[in-house]
Design a protein around this ligand. Structure first.
Ligand code: NIG
Ligand code: FE
Length: 412
């Protein structure tokens, strides 16, 4: 079973030698092959090159990609797609002038989503989440991380992680699960935050680990949520169960979350809208991926991660959607790529690297997805006829994707 794509106008993100992640000036290099072919066999990328060397033998399917481009699927390393209902009402409150914190103080925000989720059955939650996953796959996502964090009780956090497990079992794309019990302090523990942290540390983490329901651990390290000290305690507990951190830091305030994450060898540090000099500095020469979430900045009207400055001092960068009901009710990676270029002033090459290979690294999937490399999963995007790859971010909000393939199978 082999499929040949021929006459590809440009095959994008071609890496003959595998790369782990890209930093600094290397992020502006996006290797491509013009007038290319690509062969997919048994769900994997098996060959590619220029049309002069296109193999002639019989293929079960031959697709003529004249005028079109192929690139690796987007790698969305930060989402919260397992949630119940939505928060349209808060959206309107926000238009009328309330801030994210005002809404949270009114009992809205994460606690509002947690209440809805607690009242939703596992099957219903699965179906709601499944439709969001179907949607983002059609938008070009070919690997995804999904967090818990809208449960905030032992039972409901487990419910979310079980839904993620079912998605893992039923979908062909790589999915990573992150435990985010420390997303907010539930009302029952309003005056006893330590009591809730005890529950996370003594009950949730051991249970989740016993059932292998999480790949990573997350904490919302922020004023009014979890302090640096709380974060360290939770990460220490996670570490004892082999859970590497991927944490929410510096979204509204810089309180030392970057340094706490680094001390626990975080795989990624996400948000980073508010960055002090020392935060940028401490990320240098580490193996931790900074992840910017430009659609969250767009939706909440908060500052964008200083991505230009970070890349200019040599840091790597990944970009992700943060798809969730409160701060980014959209999982469109092409739009995130556009926002990264338009608002964070990074080049299309940097943005595509951030949304593919560096996103893959931020999920520990860099050997499986994120580039056109022999042996990697054939999770690819076939574009509509476009003049250059710059057109993807330039024509923001307009879908340039004609078809997506996961393990070589067309998604319909
Ligand atoms: O990544 N900041 C924390 N968590 C989510 C938003 C959660 C919500 O508002 O529901 C985020 O932005
Ligand atoms: Fe998030």
């Amino acid at each position: 079973m082999a499929t040949l794509f021929k006459n590809i106008k440009e095959l994008i993100q071609v890496r003959n030698k595998p790369v782990t992640f890209l930093s600094g000036k290397d992020m502006n290099k996006l290797p491509t092959i013009k007038n290319a072919f690509l062969v997919i066999k048994d769900g994997l990328i098996s060959d590619f090159g220029t049309m002069e060397n296109c193999p002639k033998h019989n293929f079960s399917e031959v697709i003529d990609a004249t005028g079109k481009m192929i690139l690796p699927s987007w790698c969305d390393s930060h989402t919260h797609i397992v949630y119940a209902g939505n928060r349209e009402n808060e959206f309107v409150d926000k238009i009328k002038g309330l801030s994210y914190q005002d809404i949270a103080n009114k009992g809205g925000g994460i606690l509002n989503s947690a209440k809805k989720l607690q009242e939703t059955s596992e099957d219903d939650l699965y179906n709601q989440s499944k439709s969001r996953l179907d949607e983002v796959i059609k938008l070009g996502t070919g690997a995804i991380e999904i967090k818990s964090g809208y449960g905030l009780t032992v039972e409901s956090e487990l419910k979310i992680l079980k839904v993620i497990k079912r998605l893992k079992e039923n979908y062909p794309l790589p999915i990573k699960a992150t435990f985010l019990g420390a997303h907010a302090v539930p009302n029952e523990f309003k005056n006893d935050k330590q009591g809730y942290i005890n529950l996370i540390v003594n009950k949730m983490i051991p249970l989740i680990s016993k059932s292998s329901l999480a790949d990573y651990i997350d904490v919302f390290c922020e004023e009014g949520y979890f302090s640096v000290q709380d974060t360290k305690r939770i990460l220490e507990a996670g570490k004892n169960y082999g859970l590497q951190p991927k944490i929410h830091v510096n979204q509204f305030n810089a309180i030392g979350g970057v340094q706490a994450g680094l001390a626990f060898n975080a795989l990624s540090l996400d948000h980073l809208e508010i960055m002090r000099e020392e935060d940028v500095e401490s990320l240098k020469n580490t193996t931790t991926m900074p992840v910017a979430l430009p659609s969250c900045s767009f939706f909440l009207g908060i500052p964008y991660t200083p991505a230009r400055q970070m890349i200019d001092v040599g840091l790597p960068l990944a970009i992700a959607t943060d798809f969730n009901p409160g701060s980014s009710p959209s999982g469109n990676m092409s739009f995130v790529v556009a926002l990264a270029c338009i608002k964070m002033k990074i080049t299309p090459e940097e943005a595509i690297n951030a949304a593919t290979i560096n996103g893959a690294y931020a999920m520990g999937l860099q050997t499986k997805v994120g580039s056109i490399t022999k042996g990697k999963l054939a999770n690819v995007i076939l574009t509509k006829p476009i003049s250059s790859y710059n057109f993807i971010p330039y024509a923001f909000g307009i879908n340039q994707i004609e078809k997506v393939y996961i393990k070589g199978q067309e998604i319909i």
